[in-house]
Design a protein around this ligand. Structure first.
Ligand code: PLP
Length: 637
């Protein structure tokens, strides 16, 4: 240390010491306890609109989309052996075959065959849907799309004891110096992925004189590199709960359809809000009210971009998907539905998308009709067409089934409903963490989702609605915040979204949801989609080799969910035995009793994947289920 950096007493300056300590810790990948830049670097104030995670809210140097094309390996129609995107540390299709075939032969069950329509992205219709969706999204929202991926690709060994693929990095499986440097900046804030920028330093504070991260490429990261990739090992470090020990073992979280885990940046964002911004919004003239309002409205704008809505006025904050659906039923439904009008839902629905419509029908004398599914769990479009008529006022359906994982042909269902003049609500609760949601492309009238299923906090969710539709709908709850003027005789309501946000909302958690969306955008929803798809194939292939295991829901177009029953065992027994091995899955009816009964069961075991799961998680599940089936006890801890 230079003597000029010592105080009069000969002691180092506290600010300089703090900076050095921060630099030291930031040099360790994902080691940061999530210390925030403004706090970590004395004297550097976070400019308005910049979040602690380093993400600008609409700042001029915000991530810019550089690629409009669908990644090469997505829906490319390549032969299966070449279709697996590289760089995730996941096996290629050929390696999967190699891995599964001998095991399958051993079990005398059919091996996973190429061409057994497991690849939904080889389905031409879906490819077209994704392609249009990607272009629309990047054109209108300004978010990076569909890749370029911000991360340097670190060779990865995924830790699977079933399968080791790809070159393990030289040494001990640790990244090299240059790989570390490329990853260093984002990881110090509990994030493994850096936003795409060109020319500028990755975070605003790096532009401060004297604050440098050695090795950050002066020209910024290269964009448009093609196939998306992220390093699963680094991503996992962003989720502290994945280090938790349960029953003496490291947690394997496979209950993502119930709720997702939270990355450090979300946890830290909530803390930052309560430490530096907490106030009620919109009402006061003081500084903290302005900060809280900026943060809350900033989150609304992030949701707008995430859904590619045309305006932030179309984004209503609610408690979750359940409340969003009830809002539509109790406001629009009560206002516009009458006797003998018809509502169509699908057989796949969660109770949250059944019960509110039943209640409304009972009140109004309207009828509820249900689209059947086939034996794989796919919506039967021909039957749907027969249900549609001028009496149909509303079609409400899930984009991804929570019990089976089926991805429904959303665009087609919506277009067919609009052809008969019906409105459409899409339940996106299970979709948003796996698929690109683009409400302008889909052209749905409403779209509902819950923050906690997309790595955000509980107690916050979103109802998207077309602006004109929201404004012509009477509010369902009255109170503060949603009014323009009140006399004892009459009340004038705000336009949307205010008219649907009566009372004090869940301000902090809305802000936390904004941070979660930043995180997802940073990795890239298309990269997530591809990675999870490969992992789902891997898991499906292995589960199929277990004797007596029946998969419930085998649609070619699926996301995340692997529902099954195990011959000779109650589902709750399987769930409890897995829990003893540290593996969290849901067992029960998953609030979707009609669809399980359609398959002749009252309950199922439901592992469900997110992008922070890896092959090792799947391997742990598979060996545990095998052990349960064989009646052996768990291995000692
Ligand atoms: N819709 C679907 C498809 C779901 O899976 C869920 C929850 O699991 C919901 C709606 C309800 O979500 P929430 O309980 O967060 O309101």
């Amino acid at each position: 240390m230079h003597t000029s950096e010592l105080s009069d007493a000969g002691l180092p300056d506290v600010d300089i010491l703090t900076r050095m300590v921060n630099q030291l810790f930031s040099a360790l990948p994902s080691s940061a306890s999530g210390e925030l830049p403004s706090a970590a670097l004395p004297g550097v104030q976070a400019p308005v609109g910049l979040l602690p995670g380093g993400f600008p809210a609409g700042a001029p140097d915000a991530p810019i989309s550089a690629t409009l094309a669908v990644p090469e390996s997505f829906g490319s129609g390549l032969p299966l052996s070449e279709a697996a995107p590289q760089g995730f540390g996941l096996p290629t299709e050929a390696q999967l075959q190699e891995r599964i075939a001998p095991r399958a032969a051993l079990q005398q069950t059919a091996p996973l065959t190429a061409g057994a329509a497991l690849f939904y992205f080889l389905e031409p219709e879906r490819v077209a849907e994704q392609a249009v969706s990607s272009v629309v999204q990047s054109k209108f929202s300004g978010f990076p799309s569909p890749v370029p991926n911000p991360l340097a690709v670190v060779p990865s060994s995924h830790g699977s004891d079933f399968l080791k693929v790809g070159a393990a990095p030289a040494g001990f499986g640790l990244p090299s110096d240059s790989e570390l440097l490329a990853l260093l900046t984002p990881s110090q804030f509990g994030m493994s992925a850096a936003p795409q920028r060109s020319g500028n330093a990755p975070f605003y504070f790096l532009r401060q004189p004297g604050v440098q991260v050695p090795g950050w490429p002066a020209s910024g990261l290269q964009s448009g590199t093609g196939a998306a990739a992220f390093d699963i090992n680094l991503v996992r470090r962003d989720f502290p709960i994945l280090q938790e020990r349960v029953n003496g073992r490291q947690l394997v979280w496979l209950d993502n359809a119930a709720t997702t885990q939270k990355p450090n940046c979300v946890i830290e964002r909530l803390k930052y809000f309560y430490q530096h911004e907490n106030s009620n919004i919109h009402r006061a003239a003081h500084e903290l009210a302005a900060r809280a309002t900026d943060a809350y409205e900033g989150a609304r704008e992030k949701v707008r971009g995430f859904l590619n809505a045309a305006s932030a006025n179309e984004i209503v904050f609610v408690r979750g998907a359940t409340e969003a659906i009830n809002l539509v039923a109790q406001s629009w439904g009560r206002q516009y539905l009458g006797k003998d009008d018809e509502i169509i839902i699908s057989w796949l629905e969660h109770h949250a998308n059944i019960v509110p419509w039943q209640q409304l029908c009972a009140e109004k004398g309207a009828k509820l009709k249900v689209i059947p599914v086939d034996d794989n769990g796919q919506i039967v479009l021909d039957e749907y067409a027969k249900l549609l008529s001028p009496k149909t006022r509303l079609v409400s359906f899930t984009q991804v089934s929570n019990a089976l994982g089926t991805i429904t042909p959303a665009k087609k269902i919506i277009d067919m409903a609009h052809d008969v003049g019906a409105k459409v609500l899409v339940d996106g609760a299970q979709a948003v963490s796996h698929l690109r949601a683009d409400v302008q492309y889909l052209d749905c009238d409403w779209y509902a989702f819950s923050g906690h299923k997309v790595f955000g906090p509980t107690g916050i969710g979103v109802l998207y609605g077309k602006e004109a539709l929201l404004n012509e709908t009477q509010p369902w709850q009255g109170g503060g915040n949603m009014i323009k003027d009140v006399t004892f005789e009459h009340t004038q309501y705000h336009q949307a979204p205010g008219r649907f946000e009566a009372g004090t909302g869940n301000i902090a958690d809305a802000v936390g949801l904004g941070a979660a969306i930043d995180y997802v955008n940073c990795i890239g929803i298309d990269a997530i989609n591809q990675y999870e798809h490969q992992l789902l194939l891997y898991a499906t292939g292995l589960l199929k080799t277990i004797p007596g295991l029946r998969l419930i829901g085998t649609a070619p177009d699926k996301a995340s969910v692997l529902s099954f029953v195990l011959e000779g065992f109650k589902t709750e027994e399987v769930g409890a035995a897995l829990s003893r091995d540290g593996i969290a899955v849901r067992s029960g009816h998953h609030c979707a009793q009609p669809i399980l009964r359609r398959f002749g069961v009252e309950s199922s075991v439901r592992p469900s994947l997110a992008f922070y799961n890896n092959c090792a998680d799947v391997d742990a599940l598979v060996s545990s289920v095998r052990r349960i089936k064989s009646g052996r006890n768990s291995a000692p801890h």
